[in-house]
Design a protein around this ligand. Structure first.
Ligand SMILES: CC(C)(COP(=O)(O)OP(=O)(O)OC[C@H]1O[C@@H](n2cnc3c(N)ncnc32)[C@H](O)[C@@H]1OP(=O)(O)O)[C@@H](O)C(=O)NCCC(=O)NCCS
Length: 317
């Protein structure tokens, strides 16, 4: 078995790498939500400035047996690397996963990293070998979230009449940017991370703009925000991505600012975004820590159901 880097210039090699990732990751997980090919292509061919990604492949002659991705954050968390290892079902239990892991560790160490984090998602039944593998390479659990799924359409949750709902797609309009930035940074500081010891990402206008611009190449980005009528202050927002050409939404951040909690704004903002979708979008995926009782309850009350457990693992290297 030969471990090499993906030739990012070669479209056929990129397609082969992506297919091995997808087939391996889906093998035990009917509800897996994976990066789509459009987003993968953007990530490989137009790398962003805040992370360096290395993609490895395990070759047996002309065949690929498995792939791995290593992400090195470049702006914060400079001691951390993120990794994902995937081996085709028919190629498992022959040491390929371990070879890919060792190659990932070598590169992470060479980049000065001292720990590698990774997400292992398992379905409640036949979850697959991810946790056993993580244990075998010395990773321990630092946090857990539930992966939840909602079938659309859903009944709208009414917004508190003390608030207006403002929506936009793609780039946040100039007049809302300072308030939106403040909320995004509050979210990054507040989101529960269990025992994961990570520096929060701090967005300024330029970093927000570059992230919006990159995301719009792969996703229809939809934001709903609540603004208090009495003083114009923003009280929360909800961020939904719909990958171009796909029939699902990915519910990302929902934040209600501390002074605005207790008005059920989270549920209202989510359903505003869902009501605006075309009928082609049938389901929404989201992730919430079971320990985040308020958001978990909001989600299950809307009809979201738990389909997987996502374990955030970390190995010291
Ligand atoms: C997890 C995965 C990468 C393992 O690949 P692999 O090539 O089978 O791994 P290896 O043969 O190198 O196994 C290394 C060790 O992991 C453990 N392990 C792997 N699969 C296991 C299983 N089904 N049951 C119990 N232990 C297992 C064992 O300790 C194994 O060592 P051993 O064979 O000497 O007992 C592969 O099953 C996969 O792609 N799963 C889906 C994606 C995923 O969950 N990736 C991990 C998170 S990033």
């Amino acid at each position: 078995m030969d471990i090499r880097e993906l030739d990012a210039q070669d479209p056929a090699a990129r397609r082969a790498w992506f297919e091995v990732m997808e087939t391996s990751a889906r093998a035990n997980r009917p509800h897996a939500l994976l990066e789509g090919f459009t987003a993968f292509e953007v990530s490989v061919t137009e790398p962003g400035e805040h992370a360096h990604r290395v993609r490895l492949e395990a070759r047996d002659g002309d065949d690929l047996a498995g792939v791995a991705e290593l992400e090195l954050p470049l702006t914060e968390n400079l001691d951390v690397a993120w990794a994902e290892v995937n081996v085709l079902p028919e190629r498992r239990r022959r040491g390929t996963g371990r070879l890919l892991w060792e190659a990932v560790v070598d590169r992470a160490r060479a980049a000065g990293r001292t720990r590698i984090g990774g997400e292992v998602s398992v379905a409640p039944v036949d979850g697959g070998p991810g946790l056993e593998f993580a244990d075998a390479v010395g990773a321990v659990e630092k946090h857990r979230e539930d992966h939840l799924l909602l079938d659309l359409p859903v009944t709208a949750a009414p917004a508190d009449p003390a608030y207006d709902v403002v929506t936009w797609r793609g780039r946040c309009p100039d007049e809302h940017r300072p308030a939106y930035l403040a909320m995004r940074n509050q979210m990054n500081a507040d989101v529960p991370l269990g025992e994961l010891d990570l520096e929060p990402v701090v967005l300024d206008d330029a970093r927000l703009a570059s992230s919006e611009e990159r995301l719009m190449r792969s996703y229809d980005v939809r934001v709903a925000a609540a603004r208090r009528r009495s003083d114009g202050e923003f009280g929360g927002y909800s961020l939904l991505f719909v990958p171009h050409g796909e029939a699902y939404g990915w519910q990302d951040d929902t934040l209600v600012m501390p002074d605005h909690r207790g008005h059920r704004l989270g549920a209202a903002l989510k359903t505003v975004n869902y009501a605006d979708l075309t009928g082609d979008v049938r389901v929404v995926h989201t992730w919430t820590a079971p320990s985040n009782a308020a958001m978990h309850h909001t989600n299950t009350a809307l009809g979201f159901r738990v389909v997987e457990h996502m374990h955030e693992m970390e190995a010291a290297i």
